[in-house]
Write a protein that binds this ligand. Structure first.
Ligand code: ADP
Ligand code: NI
Length: 216
């Protein structure tokens, strides 16, 4: 197995290829932000940096939207770890963290390991705040969704199947996912950062409605 730094470099190069061409908010810069935030959380939580870093770098390699054929098997992440000679225990830990990362409405899980908790918080932090807002509208545009329709109310309490099938307006996505994330953080640092980024979401929505209604 290569050194930690070389493994991280190789994982980033591997996912950069897999994610090339995505403009819905999953790209190598999202991966890099999640990686850096996850490692920061790992230091504060005493999580294993190698497992956290690899899970963060590979967390979208088998994303159900980008690679539906491998989202169950995680075979893209698995192939990378095998090629790099990562041992069985570490491979299992990385795959567990990846499997537990995603938001699935009311079927979302609290990760079973501290490494998974750090990666999930880091991924979710990138969905809120200024970057989260930009990603949401980029995603909405890429999927030809209207940004807002006052006649369409947000849906509450969707399970995984309903959440996946649902075609939200981008403003409704704030209520259906983004504004829920601050209360779903696993780590203390994640909670603190999320509180600030959540305020950014709420300020944005207030301004958005004021302009929509012609009040400003
Ligand atoms: P995760 O990172 O938990 O796997 P997704 O793959 O669902 O999240 O989302 C990737 C990005 O796209 C996030 O920033 C998310 O907020 C955004 N996104 C997902 N679904 C929608 C939607 N219906 N409307 C707008 N943005 C969305
Ligand atoms: Ni992600």
């Amino acid at each position: 197995m290569a050194t930690e730094e070389r493994l991280f470099d190789a994982a980033l190069a591997y996912v950069t290829d897999l994610l090339a061409g995505d403009c819905g908010g999953h790209d190598r810069f999202h991966t890099l932000r999640v990686f850096h935030t996850a490692l920061r959380l790992a230091r504060e939580e005493g999580a294993d940096p190698l497992i956290t870093g690899l899970a963060a770098l590979l967390h979208d390699a088998d994303d159900r939207k980008l690679s539906p054929g491998t989202s169950e098997s995680l075979s893209n992440a698995r192939r990378f770890l095998a090629e790099q000679g990562v041992d069985r225990a570490k491979t299992a830990a990385v795959l567990t963290a990846i499997r537990e990362v995603s938001f699935r409405g009311t079927d979302s899980v609290v990760p079973s390991t501290v490494e998974g908790k750090c990666v999930q918080d880091a991924d979710r932090l990138d969905a809120i705040g200024a970057i989260g807002i930009a990603r949401a509208f980029a995603y909405g545009g890429a999927h030809h969704r209207v940004m807002h329709d006052p006649a369409v109310p947000p849906r509450r309490d969707m399970d995984a199947a309903a959440y996946y099938a649902h075609e939200a307006t981008t403003v409704n996505h704030f209520y259906e996912k983004l504004l829920l994330l601050k209360d779903l953080m696993n780590t203390e640092t994640g909670r603190r950062i999320a509180a600030e980024r959540d305020r950014c979401l709420r300020d944005f929505l207030a301004e958005f409605y004021a302009e929509w209604d012609g009040e400003r």
